[in-house]
Design a protein around this ligand. Structure first.
Ligand SMILES: [Zn+2]
Length: 443
């Protein structure tokens, strides 16, 4: 038997996720993402732009696909698990290298198509939509199952690759949310069944393996936002709130609370527009009846111009810039580059965590310094993560009982923490690997 796994990217780092799984002479690729920090450092833009794949590989901004050169003609499918850029963002640059369709959920497909359209990039790969909790047959020997799972963007799936050697589960970016705010709860029943059927290998998210807790549900984040938005006095003050544009569940909560406050809700920013439109297009959200969505630069400026000073307390302004990105709307407002001026005790809510990279930490520091000069009230970390913590990972191991475990999606200390947990639970075949390694998996 031959099951071989190439850990192309995302091992020992967070970003540029990509794993190639070879079953006899057929290869499935899971995820094709960018390394956001390296990507932005090189392109100076958060949006996908036109660079060659060679340039981007050299900058470690996308996975180095040269390692699987020998497998190129065997690739049968490229499967991004969800719509985050560290999982889909390299598709415009790399997917053309493989004569294979892209299989993903409708929301991920809508986001991939929006990126390609925005940047006028064409790819030859057919994009096939597969619903969460359904299957797709690749060949006589391989069937793909999309297991509905919860994360911080809609229609995230765990991928089970069914082979005659057992199932290989690719479980990057998930948490077990049993009371989600949008979409279905995590399908743990199916994971338990798979455990009984036999799991050959589990490739798994290590991000918070060191964090001894269960990651709280998105409904907890909803309660946190409710406390801040309904439980503080903002009469006559503007409320500005920023979060991840792809986090439609969080945005749904923000809209609900904005309606309770009887404020006019406006969404400002290009990436907000992209993800909201993708969700509306496939019918999983209906935000547009309650909000005004303004995507682009001068239109944003014009819209802000229309807010009269006496009416600032009637608005809830949802905007991009949660990581302090200098080009995002919040930073521009804070820097006084927009006609809308902040006033003392206006509310600025960060419904996010700072993703701890050097650039983000520095950008956020600068942004908060500027905000403090305006004497606004700052509410930070009104957020719960979309990643499993140690006790969720323990559940996943107990449900699936895999023969082999490959810790993924994390820096060394994260993957090592996952290995510790697995070994504590009696799993002996845990493989710590770097980018570009090959592992042969045997029963
Ligand atoms: Zn993600």
């Amino acid at each position: 038997m031959t099951v071989e796994i190439c850990t192309v990217g995302g091992y020992g780092e967070i970003g540029r996720n990509m794993t190639a799984i070879k079953v006899d002479d057929e290869v499935i690729i899971c995820d094709m993402g960018i390394h956001l920090e390296n990507y932005i450092r090189f392109t100076e833009d958060e949006d996908i732009s036109k660079f060659t794949k060679e340039e981007l590989i050299a900058e470690n901004a996308v996975p180095d696909i040269s390692v699987i050169k020998g497998w190129k003609n065997m690739v049968k499918a490229v499967i991004p698990t969800h719509a985050h850029l560290d999982h889909i963002g390299a598709i415009p640059f790399l997917s053309d290298e493989f004569r294979a369709p892209i299989l993903c959920t409708p929301f991920s497909a809508a986001v991939v198509k929006a990126i390609l359209k925005d940047e006028k990039i064409r790819i030859k790969n057919r994009i096939i939509e597969v619903n969460p909790n359904s299957r797709y047959t690749i060949s006589d020997n391989i069937t793909i199952e999309f297991i509905n799972i919860t994360h911080s963007t809609p229609q995230t799936v765990m991928v089970a690759i069914h082979t005659k050697y057992g199932a290989i589960i690719y479980a990057n970016d998930f948490k077990f949310d049993m009371s989600p705010v949008l979409g279905q709860k995590a399908n743990i029943e199916r994971l338990k069944e798979l455990g009984k059927e036999g799991v050959l290998c589990l490739i798994v998210d290590s991000t918070y393996a060191y964090d001894a807790r269960k990651m709280p549900s998105e409904s907890v984040a909803k309660q946190m936002l409710k406390d801040v938005m309904l439980g503080t006095d903002a009469k006559g003050k503007a409320i500005l709130i920023t979060t991840f544009s792809s986090h439609l569940a969080r945005l749904k909560t923000i809209i609900e609370l904005g309606k309770k406050l009887k404020r006019k809700i406006i969404f400002l920013g290009r990436s907000l527009s992209k993800y909201v439109n993708a969700g509306e297009d496939i019918g999983i959200i209906k935000f547009k009846k309650d909000i005004e969505l303004v995507g682009y630069g001068n239109k944003i400026e014009k819209r802000l111009n229309k807010i009269e000073d006496k009416d600032r307390g009637k608005y809830l302004i949802v905007l991009t810039g949660h990581q302090g990105e200098p080009k995002a709307v919040l930073s521009k407002i804070a820097a006084g580059k927009m006609n809308f001026k902040l006033k003392p005790e206006d509310h600025v809510i960060f419904s996010c965590a700072t993703i701890p990279t050097e650039t983000n930490i520095e950008n956020r520091k600068k942004l908060e310094e500027m905000l403090k000069q305006s004497k606004v009230r700052i509410f930070k970390d009104i957020h719960v993560s979309g990643h499993a913590a140690r006790e969720d990972l323990r559940d996943l191991f107990n449900f699936t009982r895999p023969e082999h475990i490959i810790p993924a999606h994390g820096e060394k200390f994260m993957t090592e923490a996952l290995k510790d947990l697995a070994e504590e639970m009696g799993f002996s075949k845990v493989h710590l690997v770097d980018d570009g390694e090959f592992l042969t998996i045997q029963k």
